[in-house]
Design a protein around this ligand. Structure first.
Ligand code: NAD
Length: 500
């Protein structure tokens, strides 16, 4: 068994807590690795390294910091295949999907390289007689990132490139289910010239997370994961005086209007519902066709495509959908299909009994694509985030009923409408209470220079990830008011200064 280590102060550090956890290859169902689970003392060591590195790093000229990130970006371009393979080996997603994830993460590094521009301050001349003021953005200190299993490369890269570029140091606590990629990032950053201690990794579970939440030297926490944990992170982190941005779970609806291009909508739904086995926070898990006629026609187009899905390991480059991440998650997803059926949904395509016949992959955590029809708001399979390749069809009679359905759900991460009607599209974009909206675009993930985040129970905190929101989250404003005496002295003033 290989043990996946921590990375502290520029070096790999073996776990000393005596606790570890198996890391599985979801495509084979086998495990040849464990991951160390950090103790409080191990988290303390990582935070201490980051704290010690901060004074020099925060004073390093922004352009010099950006050049290190630029070198990292070039290394990542060259080795993106290697990182994609590492992602697939622990997450299970297909090779091309893993490559796409690396690229979306790399785009945030490209954005962060522009940090010298974002850190430019403001200067105001003569705010009073012979008095000037200037405002700058300064780093916070040690920032921590706690990330989910479903994007082991991209989600950490939503965080640390912006944090580092703006002068902070960082401690990453990746998901214990696919931890290896975090060490690749650490190693390649060092190769790019990052000083020791600026970027650290602690592997672990709740013990490590709680130690970060309670540590007085951690100034900010970025979290992405499920809603109950996001809420816990937000409440505990803010109660301990930290800045927190905590992104949670999702249940993304796609409205299909009668005037939509139905072939386009069906194809979009295939990618958005079944890509990455539905383990994406921007996956479309609810299709809302407006009118029964649209629902029937859509389902007719979907059935053969779902049945033809190529479900297989990343090693087969033609696979369109990989396995689920763990055996427990496979059981959970099957359970949601069972409960939907028991509560009255119609299982139109049933992926529960899918068997992987490729030699060596028979015990992988595979499931087929599933389509449920006649799903209603009261069913568990509608209320909960399933996080698997299961699309629920909720039929509605009008656009307004479809919008009301979306507004009735507590999650509000992403949504989409498929229509040819500009009026409907504009109203939807303007009025829908969801953070990320697609018009004939099923997965409207904002680019690195924009910011990513949902609304309602899909986020806790005020700042979305990356783009200028990321810069604001990882910096604090300082305003200095300056007067240079010219020899003329005035008497003390005891009233509020105003410009009369
Ligand atoms: P998770 O909430 O189980 O885990 C996320 C992180 O929290 C991990 O690092 C984990 O170690 C830690 N954690 C888990 N339980 C904890 C506890 N009790 N106390 C403290 N820390 C704990 O999420 P996951 O299963 O890894 O990821 C899937 C979830 O993430 C889905 O709900 C998905 O929608 C969500 N997600 C959201 C976004 C977004 O941008 N909104 C993006 C990706 C994933």
């Amino acid at each position: 068994m290989i043990e996946i280590a921590h990375y502290v102060n520029g070096a790999f550090v073996a776990g000393t807590s005596g606790r570890n956890q198996k890391v599985f290859n979801p495509a084979t169902g086998t495990s040849e690795k464990t991951v160390a689970l950090a103790s409080v003392a191990e988290v303390d060591a990582a935070v201490a390294a980051a704290k010690a590195a901060w004074p020099a790093w925060s004073k390093t000229p922004p352009l010099r910091r950006a050049r290190i990130l630029d070198r990292f970006k070039n290394i990542l371009w060259e080795r993106s295949e290697q990182m994609a393979e590492a992602i697939s080996a622990e997450h299970g997603k297909t090779h091309d999907d893993a490559l796409g994830e690396v690229t979306r993460g790399l785009e945030v590094v490209e954005f962060a390289i522009g940090a010298p521009s974002f850190l430019k301050g403001e200067f105001c001349e003569n705010v009073g007689s012979d008095v000037d003021s200037h405002m700058v953005r300064q780093s916070l200190g040690v920032c921590a990132g706690i990330t989910p299993f479903n994007f082991p490369a991209m989600v950490p890269m939503w965080m640390w490139p912006v944090a580092l570029a703006t002068g902070n140091t960082f401690v990453l606590k990746p998901s214990e289910r696919d931890p290896s990629v975090s060490l690749m990032m650490a190693e390649w950053l060092a190769e790019a010239g990052l000083p020791a201690g600026v970027f650290n990794v602690v592997q672990g579970d709740k013990v490590a997370v709680d130690a970060l939440l309670e540590h007085p030297d951690v100034k900010a926490i970025s979290f992405v994961g499920s809603t109950p944990i996001a809420q816990y992170i937000y409440q505990t982190g803010t109660a301990n005086g930290k800045r927190v941005q905590a992104l949670g779970g999702a249940k993304n609806h796609m409205i299909i209007m009668p005037d939509a291009d139905l072939d386009m909508a069906a194809s979009a739904l295939m990618g958005a519902g079944y890509g990455s086995a539905g383990e994406r926070c921007m996956a479309i898990s609810v299709a809302v066709p407006v009118t029964d006629a649209v629902a029937d026609a859509l389902i007719e187009k979907l059935i053969p495509q779902i049945q033809a899905l190529k479900v297989g390991p990343a090693a087969d480059r033609t696979s369109e959908m990989g396995p689920l991440v763990t055996a427990q998650h496979l059981d959970k997803v099957r359970g949601y299909i069972d409960s939907g059926e028991a509560q009255g949904a119609k299982v139109v395509v049933d992926g529960r009994d899918f068997k992987q016949t490729r030699q060596g992959y028979e015990n992988g955590y595979f499931i087929g694509g599933t389509l449920l029809d006649n799903v209603t708001e009261d069913m568990t399979c509608y209320k909960d985030e399933i996080f698997g390749p299961v699309v629920s069809v909720v039929r509605k009679g009008s656009y307004q009923e479809a919008v009301d359905l979306i507004h009735g759900h507590p999650y509000a991460n992403g949504t989409a409408v498929f229509t040819r009607d500009g009026d409907v599209a504009r109203n939807f974009s303007q009025d829908i209470e969801v953070g990320m909206v697609g018009i004939n675009v099923p997965i409207p993930v904002p680019m690195a220079f924009n910011s990513f985040g949902g609304w309602k129970a899909s986020i806790f905190g005020d700042h979305h990830m990356h783009g200028m929101e990321g810069v604001r989250f990882y910096t604090r404003i300082k305003t200095t008011t300056t007067r240079w005496p010219t020899g003329q002295r005035s008497d003390p003033e005891f009233t509020m200064p105003t410009l009369g």
